[in-house]
Every structure is written in structure tokens, then in C-alpha cells.
Design a protein around this ligand. Structure first.
Ligand code: C2O
Ligand code: CU
Ligand code: CU
Length: 510
């Protein structure tokens, strides 16, 4: 943002913290845990549209809605189609998917398909705003766009009312998600409810004997706090999220809630049979990292068998006692509830939390049932990248550099000037260094983690990923191939407060 920035905020005291962020205390009594049944987000049915004859076509209206999240309390949300999480979209690898979004919210929006291999015009660049349709609650001329950030982006492709996001979906089966990506306001928009799952299927995944149907459950984990009136309590300078970008001190390091929601329900309970289930874990929290565990652990431990990462199936399963998951990461795991007794209750815990945030949800094992599933020793034949293919190495330092923002290589987000221009079709190694915890995400690509501090990758780095959890004062190297689509993309920290406070950089594939 250079000299034009208006984010005149003081730096928070962060040194010595395991993760950056601060809890916002709810102003309503918190509900008791493990009472609300786990909701499953509705699945959107595709239709045909003559304008896109070869595509599965979906429509989503972004609108204000009220939903009962805490029992007996109505919470106003910004939603995709009236629900939080938004509806799940299911695409087939090789089948073009078009999603037309209509914006009836009081603010501009941007939709990003996280993990998608998407052409730049549909990727949801943070300044490609969709302004509310005419007649929406706030008059157009009172609607801030770029102006509120003190910056002008001559390359922005804005639209009014609607936008059709066009996804070729040439990638393999994976658990993706879509969420708002408006420059400097992403944290507030996602916090208020703009997030949903987008799953991709393919023949390789279909052929596996893994759990499916109602034994294949997406779990969107997100922490939130509630204001006295039942609304979500985001500590913004401007509660309408109209004009003041970013998040003020002392929350610049991240906003933590004191309620853990799974699929929009507080500490829900899910009745399961004593069989294998596939759980698609997504950390959709603004800033909170989790270390998910099982209490009690099954006999012999290693309750989680990881079968997939951000970018799809692993080549071979990896077993874990706990899963560390940073904002925006996905872990596709199988849990075998036949390792427990019928009638037993198993709590999904968060070993990085305390008090109300030390628990996530609960499973109740109701009865025995037939189970034809297995976890094969080989899951996928996905191709590997090898280091010698890399044409060049670039280094990016993620830091709290100035007294008012988070930076990459000392610079605040600049949508116009790229920090890197990878050649179309080339393979590059990107080295990330950090001060604090940062959840680093690159658009367009799936990458492999090559190393941490020069040593081998960590236990949660397997498979193709689009987001990597950087530990404080650590150096991590990833390798990616920049294929198919020339144009302008971003990489950024997925701690959304860091992202909004400028920890984002433009790269242009040329
Ligand atoms: Cu999940 Cu650039 O975002
Ligand atoms: Cu993304
Ligand atoms: Cu960060």
C-alpha cells in the first residue's frame, strides 16, 4: 500500500506467543457443549444454462440471513444462499463448473475458490469486486471499494450485481472451499459467514473402497464469539465493514472466538455407527490453529488415518495421534469407530485450546453395522514433482515489519506490482521464512513441501498442498509448477487478520 496506506494502527505485543491472536469474549452465556446435532451443509443441485452449454451451472445469492447458531438466539449472518456454512458445491474433474453469484449484501464481495486451479478472471483477485446489485440496502455511491483502502487498482475487473465464476475444474479429486476475498475486509466477511465447501470428485477417488455417502462428512471448524444482541462479535473499527479496512489493535495478530463451531453449530454431537467414517477436516477459522485429538484415544492410539491433503488423495495413508491444522488447511481422515464400544462417546479435542476452546465436537457410537470399506495401502498415483525440475528459487520473508501491518519481504500488499513473475509452465521453489506462526497460501497451484529448516518435511506436510503452516522462526521450502493460466494471482498469509493487514503479495504468471 506504500505511502497511501491508511492503516494507522499500533503493533500488538506478540513476542513469545505460540500463535498470534487474541480472544474476543462472548457477551451472551455460552451454550452447553455436545447438545446440538451436527448439521450437514445442503448440497447445491446443478442446472443447465444455455450460456454455458458444457457446464454444470449453479446459482448462489449472497444475502443477509438470520440463523439459530446458539440455541434460542438468532444470529445475523452474511451468507451464501441463506445458510452458514454455504451450500456444498460438488464438481466432477474434467467438467466445467460455472457458479453465478448475486450480491444482495450491503458490501462488495469477491468469491475465491480456495485450492482451485482457476484462470485469473475467476480466481477472485481481492480487487475484482462484485458490488451489490442496484437497489440493495446501501446506495452505490456510499459504497466504498478500493477508495476505502487508499489505493487505486487500474487492473481491477469489477462488476455490479452478479458475476459468473467460471471454473474449468481440470484438477484431481479434492476438498476445496470457497470464501470471500475482498481486499482488506476478508476477515470480517468470512467471520460473518461467507464460506462453504466445494468438493471435486474423479474416477480414481470413486474406485477406492473408502467410506462414502453419509459416512463421508465435511467438517468446517471455525471459532466465533457472540455480541449481546446475538450477532457475531467481530472487533472491527467499523462494525458495518463499509469503510474501515483491517482489524484494530489489539486484534491485529488475529481474532479468536470462544465458541468452536463445526458446520455452524457450537460443539455439536454426531451420532455414528461403529464403522469407518471419512471426515474432511477444514480449518475455516480466521486465525486459530488446532491440534485435534481424540478423547479417549482408541486402543493402540493413532486414531486418525490421513488419506488426503489440501490437493487431494495422498499416495499412501499416514496415521496420526493428533492433527495439527492451521487456517485454510484441509486434512481428509478416516476414523474407525469400531475401535470403540457401542454407547461410548468420543470427543474431538483441541490440544492447543483451553477452557471452552479445548473441545471441538463429540461422536456418540450408537450401534454396530456392516462395513465393507478398507483403507488401501496405495491410494493414488498422483504425479510427483522433483527438485531438479525447478528453474529458480525465490525467498519470501513473512514478518511484522512496520508498526501498522504485516509484510512479505518488507512490503505491504500491492495489487499492481508483482513480487514474482514465474514463467508459464515453469517449476519454482519458494522459500518462506517467518517471525511468528503464519499459514501461507498460494493461489493457482498445489505444491509439495520440500523441507523445514533444511530437514525433511513435518508429519502434516504430506501430499499436495496449497497452504503450509509456518512455525515461528522457521524456514520452509515448497515446490510448485505454474501451469495453464497466465495472469495475476496472490499469495498470502491465511491468518485473515494478517492477510487484511497487508500480508499478501501479487504474483503474475507470464
Ligand atoms: Cu482461502 Cu486467498 O484464500
Ligand atoms: Cu486460495
Ligand atoms: Cu500470518
Amino acid at each position: 500500500m506504500g505511502a497511501t496506506t491508511t492503516l494507522g494502527l499500533a503493533v500488538p505485543v506478540l513476542l513469545g506467543q505460540v500463535q498470534t491472536g487474541k480472544v474476543v469474549a462472548s457477551q451472551i452465556p455460552l451454550p452447553p457443549p455436545f447438545r446440538v446435532p451436527l448439521p450437514i451443509p445442503p448440497v447445491l443441485i446443478p442446472s443447465r444454462n444455455p450460456a454455458f452449454p458444457d457446464a454444470d451451472y449453479f446459482e448462489i445469492t449472497q444475502r443477509v440471513a438470520r440463523q439459530q447458531i446458539v440455541p434460542g438466539v438468532l444470529t445475523e449472518l452474511w451468507t451464501y444462499n441463506g445458510s452458514y456454512p454455504g451450500p456444498t458445491i460438488i464438481s466432477r474433474s474434467g467438467v466445467r463448473t460455472v457458479v453465478r453469484h448475486r450480491n444482495t449484501l450491503p458490501v462488495p464481495t469477491v468469491v475465491h475458490l480456495h485450492g482451485g486451479h482457476t484462470p485469473p478472471g475467476s480466481d477472485g483477485f481481492p480487487t475484482d469486486l462484485v458490488y451489490p446489485q442496484p437497489g440493495a440496502a446501501v446506495p452505490m455511491k456510499a459504497m466504498p471499494g478500493m477508495e476505502s483502502t487508499g489505493m487505486h487498482d487500474p487492473l481491477a475487473r469489477t462488476s455490479v450485481g452478479t458475476r459468473a465464476y467460471d471454473y474449468p475444474i481440470t484438477q484431481r479429486a479434492a476438498t476445496l472451499w470457497y470464501h470471500d476475498h475482498r481486499m482488506s475486509f476478508t476477515a470480517q466477511s468470512v467471520y460473518r459467514g461467507l464460506a462453504g465447501f466445494h468438493l471435486i470428485g474423479d474416477a480414481e477417488a470413486d474406485a477406492l473402497p473408502l467410506p462414502r455417502g453419509d459416512r463421508d462428512i465435511p467438517l468446517m471448524i471455525a471459532d466465533r464469539s457472540f455480541a449481546a444482541d446475538g450477532s457475531l462479535y467481530y472487533p472491527a473499527l467499523d462494525p458495518a465493514a463499509l469503510s474501515t479496512p483491517g482489524t484494530p489493535d489489539p486484534y491485529m495478530g488475529g481474532v479468536f472466538g470462544d465458541v468452536i463451531l463445526v458446520n455452524g453449530a457450537p460443539w455439536p454431537v454426531c451420532e455414528v455407527q461403529a464403522v469407518r467414517y471419512r471426515l474432511r477436516l477444514l480449518n475455516a477459522s480466521n486465525a486459530r490453529r488446532y491440534q485435534l485429538g481424540l478423547s479417549p484415544q482408541p486402543p493402540g492410539g493413532k486414531g486418525f488415518t490421513q488419506v488426503g491433503s489440501d490437493g487431494g488423495l495422498l499416495r499412501a495413508p499416514v496415521r496420526h495421534d493428533t492433527i495439527e491444522i492451521a487456517p485454510a488447511e484441509r486434512f481428509d481422515v478416516v476414523l474407525d469407530f469400531s475401535r470403540y464400544q457401542v454407547g461410548q462417546e468420543v470427543t474431538l479435542t483441541n490440544q492447543l485450546g483451553s477452557g471452552t476452546t479445548a473441545r471441538v465436537m463429540r461422536f456418540r457410537i450408537t450401534r454396530r453395522a456392516a462395513d465393507a470399506t478398507t483403507i488401501p495401502a496405495q491410494l493414488s498415483t498422483a504425479e510427483e514433482v522433483v527438485t531438479r525440475q525447478a528453474e529458480r528459487t525465490r525467498s519470501f520473508a513473512f514478518q511484522n515489519h512496520s508498526r501498522r501491518s504485516w509484510t512479505i519481504n518488507g512490503k505491504e500488499f500491492d495489487p499492481v506490482h508483482p513480487v514474482a513473475t514465474p514463467r508459464l509452465g515453469s517449476t519454482e521453489i519458494w522459500r518462506f521464512t517467518t517471525d511468528f506462526h503464519h499459514s501461507v497460501h498460494i493461489h493457482l497451484v498445489q505444491f509439495r513441501v520440500l523441507s523445514r529448516d533444511g530437514k525433511k518435511p513435518g508429519p502434516y506436510d504430506s501430499g499436495w498442498k496449497d497452504t503450509v503452516d509456518l512455525k515461528p522462526a522457521e524456514e520452509t521450502a515448497v515446490i510448485a509448477r505454474f501451469t495453464d493460466y497466465p495472469g495475476r494471482y496472490v499469495m498470502h498469509c491465511h491468518n485473515l487478520e494478517h492477510e487484511d493487514m497487508a500480508m499478501m503479495a501479487t504474483f503474475t504468471v507470464t
